[in-house]
Design a protein around this ligand. Sequence first.
Ligand SMILES: [Fe+2]
Ligand SMILES: [Fe+2]
Length: 163
Amino acid sequence: MLRVDQAGEYGATRIYAGQLAVLGNRHKCSALIGGMAAQEQEHLAHFDALLAERGVRPTLLQPFWAVAGHALGAATALIGPAAAMACTAAIEDEIDAHYSGQLAELGDSDPPLSASIEKFQADERAHRDAAIEAGAETSLGYPLLYGAIRLGCRAAIELSKRI
Ligand SMILES: [Fe+2]
Ligand SMILES: [Fe+2]
């Protein structure tokens, strides 16, 4: 669980970095993306610490997620700000479902971990809502883009659990 969560939060920081690399800091979406990126950094720092504390090795795919995450962020931002928001909406919906699954699986077995996941899940839901608010659904080809990114995110989750 910790390996895949750390990988996911790392991927999130890379996606937002890729989007900001394209949009810069003067675009009207930049502050929103910057704020979400800062929260992802907090989530990542928490899982980094937990990995170290509990002796869990990170995914071997980390170098790959560094490139793939950045590329996904940059590519969606190049399509346009609405597509960048569509990317966030898709990713966060998938992560929301992923965290719900983990919370159900954890039950009462690890209250501190459950508390962290609940907090992060609330942040991810807020990111999704902000992305919709900022026009995610107005992106050209939204259903296709949304579906493809969710599918890719799900594949990344499954790979990061195993490798
Ligand atoms: Fe996050
Ligand atoms: Fe997020």
